[in-house]
Design a protein around this ligand. Structure first.
Ligand SMILES: [Zn+2]
Ligand SMILES: [Zn+2]
Ligand SMILES: [Zn+2]
Length: 158
């Protein structure tokens, strides 16, 4: 089944509203308050299933008339990651909104190398294999994160 990777193709509004509801409940349960830049940064990240670099966010915010320093963007991103609604992609040095329904502990991604589109996958099988291998290697896993680079269906057809 082709993955609907671009907004508008797949009713992205419902992805956003689900993610926002989850964000608000995490905010409440962790007793965090919202900083001035948190909401606009989250909204930018939620606008697309795509990875954004911190400096790209700074640029976009300044186009929206908000003067924000990179260090402030990083601070907001840290908080959003702590809340579990944003993930860091180490291979891209970029950030992506989490659109999963539930707690998201594994962070496994397909990342398009052309358009930076990101699909998060939740695979129990992968998790189990990682835990198995970790046991065999006497390794304790902190985050079973996997970043797989490739080309999304959208970019493959154009
Ligand atoms: Zn969506
Ligand atoms: Zn996630
Ligand atoms: Zn792509």
């Amino acid at each position: 089944m082709p993955k609907p990777s671009k907004p508008n193709d797949h009713g992205h509004a419902s992805c956003v509203s689900k993610a926002k509801t989850r964000f608000e409940s995490h905010l409440k349960s962790k007793g965090k308050s919202l900083g001035r830049n948190d909401e606009p940064i989250l909204s930018l990240l939620l606008s697309n299933h795509r990875a954004f670099g911190a400096y790209e966010l700074v640029e976009k915010l300044s186009k929206m008339g908000k003067r924000v320093q990179a260090v402030q963007v990083y601070r907001s991103l840290e908080k959003l990651m702590e809340l579990g609604v944003v993930h860091k992609l180490r291979t891209k040095n970029a950030f992506v909104a989490c659109f999963e329904d539930e707690a998201c502990n594994s962070q496994q991604f397909f990342i398009c190398d052309v358009c930076d589109d990101v699909s998060e996958i939740q695979s129990q099988k992968l998790d189990n294999s990682i835990q198995d291998a970790a046991r065999k290697n006497d390794f304790s896993v902190k985050l079973p994160s996997i970043e797989i680079l490739g080309i999304c269906s959208e970019c493959a057809t154009t």
